[in-house]
Design a protein around this ligand. Structure first.
Ligand code: TXA
Ligand code: MG
Length: 352
């Protein structure tokens, strides 16, 4: 077991001495969890294969699942990638720093363990002062998947990182809750039109406004396991965001969803199960059974996204046996939210 250093950092004005300490750990090949605007990441020197290998070990992540490389200056793109298409400049200008990850043809300097053996590399510039300071301090790109044990909900608080990775990594920078709460959008720009491999913080609508045409990989909007011969994004293949509890998502028109959930909750309670209901502000008052938590208002999807992973972890801590979640609209951030809810539920979806 490692001694994990937990450092509280000011999210707006990160203390230089704390950043220096963490950056030195990265430079020496160690692992540091740090906040980004989406979720906490588990960072290592992206160009040091030995260091990156340790990420897979700490997270118990399948070794064919590539890791996003985080940078703090645009020029880095041209060092890490080759054949960068022109459209990328506009994307970078519009969305960086921010929750957009670009999949590009990798240059020779990117180790194969970072790309999970693929010939492409995923790159993003995060919009969080601590993340940017850490990358600058380390003077190298930082490879970082979400800082959770593989398969668990992504961490939106340093406490979540501590739950999953304490004793397995060198340090955790704690700057409080992350702002967006779901991960970045992964966009493959090696194809035409560009394709969303994972919906996230930058929406399809926003990308279309810049690119015109954008496609979505079928797995990103699937309502069930689909067979993928060659997963473009190996992450698609694996169970994700899963709480310990069993989980169901009920989708459809809200009044019917509420009625269905009430019936299900009663059924499971009678069967002696501890039931959690993942509701919204609009529906919360309708449920008088089980443990009810609201993700926020349906009119405020950013808030729903911010709360989602934390609430899944809270249900687990309270020892809930089954979580019954309401679906939300699929527009805007709703696409990313529904992708996470469906996967978390292992595609146990009820349509009413
Ligand atoms: O917001 C985020 O993206 C967070 C923060 C820490 O930056 N990171 C994150 O990383 O969510 P991770 O490893 O949990 O998810 C990265 C996803 C995986 O589904 C992986 O398969 C995909 O990106 N990916 C990484 N490199 C890829 C590549 N070269 N081609 C296709 N997909 C790739
Ligand atoms: Mg992840």
């Amino acid at each position: 077991m490692k001694r994990t250093l937990v450092l509280k950092v000011d999210g707006e004005n990160p203390e230089p001495e704390k950043i220096r300490l963490a950056a030195n750990i990265i430079r020496e090949g160690g692992l540091v969890a740090f906040p980004t605007e989406t979720v906490y990441g588990l960072g290592a020197d992206a160009l040091n294969p030995k260091a990156v290998k340790e990420i897979y070990v700490a997270k118990m992540r399948p070794v064919d699942n590539p890791i996003i490389v985080h940078i703090a200056s645009r020029e880095e793109v041209y060092r890490l990638a080759v054949n960068v298409p022109r459209s990328v400049e506009k994307l970078i200008e519009t969305f960086w720093p921010g929750p957009l990850t670009l999949v590009l043809k990798a240059s020779d300097i990117v180790p194969k363990v970072t790309t999970g053996g693929l010939d492409t590399v995923a790159i993003r510039m995060p919009k969080h002062k601590v993340a940017l300071a850490l990358i600058r301090g380390a003077e190298r790109p930082i490879a970082a998947p979400s800082a959770n044990i593989a398969g668990k909900p992504s961490p939106t608080l340093a406490e979540h990182v501590i739950q999953d990775l304490y004793g397995r990594i060198d340090a955790i920078l704690d700057a409080g809750p992350t702002n967006i709460g779901v991960e970045s959008t992964v966009l493959d720009v090696t194809c035409n039109p560009p394709q969303i491999l994972r919906p996230g913080g930058v929406t399809l609508e926003e990308l279309k406004a810049i690119l015109g045409e954008v496609s979505i990989h079928p797995a990103a909007i699937a309502r069930g396991e689909i067979y993928i011969e060659h997963a473009k994004s190996p992450g698609m293949k694996y169970r994700h965001y899963a709480p310990k509890a069993e989980m169901l998502v009920v989708e459809g028109e809200l009044s019917s969803v509420i009625k269905e959930i009430k019936g299900l909750a009663e059924h499971y309670l009678k069967a002696g199960k501890k039931v959690g209901i993942l509701a919204t502000d609009e529906s919360m008052g309708e449920y008088n059974l089980g443990i009810v938590k609201s993700m926020g208002s349906r009119k405020n999807l950013p808030l729903v996204a911010r709360n989602l992973f934390r609430l899944l972890r809270e249900f687990d801590e309270e020892g809930v046996d089954i979580i019954i979640a309401e679906g939300v609209q699929q527009e805007d951030l709703g696409l990313a939210i529904m992708n996470r809810l469906r996967k978390a539920a292992g595609y146990n979806i009820i349509r009413v």
